[in-house]
Ligand binder design. Structure first.
Ligand code: AMP
Ligand code: ZN
Length: 115
């Protein structure tokens, strides 16, 4: 755990969040500033600064997240109309919290290209 990291603190339950999914690898909770009617964040419990810092030994985590994301989307009733999954990475990607996270956005049409 990184003591200065807000998402590590959420994973350690030092900062409360409304956890909608949790297992040994990951945690999911609503984004505090939702950009869509449904906006969840999925974070690894392990501190990984961004996609660029992920290591080969994290491949199990990545496979796991990919299998759980559609389950979370189904639970949130996003399966019929669809949804978007985003990993903002570093400055140009718009990453503001330096702990890897997946955004799940749904409940409205998502434009393309993104802003
Ligand atoms: P990003 O800009 O991709 O790094 O995404 C970080 C996201 O974390 C933003 O959408 C923030 O609204 C969200 N966020 C920051 N602090 C919290 C928090 N304490 N609980 C839930 N979401 C948060
Ligand atoms: Zn962290």
């Amino acid at each position: 755990m990184n003591q200065d990291c807000i998402f590590c603190k959420i994973a350690a339950k030092q900062i409360p969040s409304q956890i909608i999914y949790e297992d040994e690898y990951i945690l999911a909770f609503p984004d505090i500033q939702p950009q869509a009617p449904v906006h969840f964040l999925v974070i690894p419990k392990k501190h990984i600064e961004s996609l660029l810092e992920a290591q080969p030994e994290d491949s199990e985590l990545f496979g796991h997240v990919m299998s759980i994301l559609p389950e979370i989307a189904r639970q949130a009733n996003l399966a019929e109309d669809g949804f978007r999954v985003v990993i903002n990475t570093k400055h140009n990607g718009g990453q503001t919290v330096p702990h890897l996270h997946w955004h799940i956005l749904g409940g409205r049409f998502m434009t393309w290209p993104p802003g």
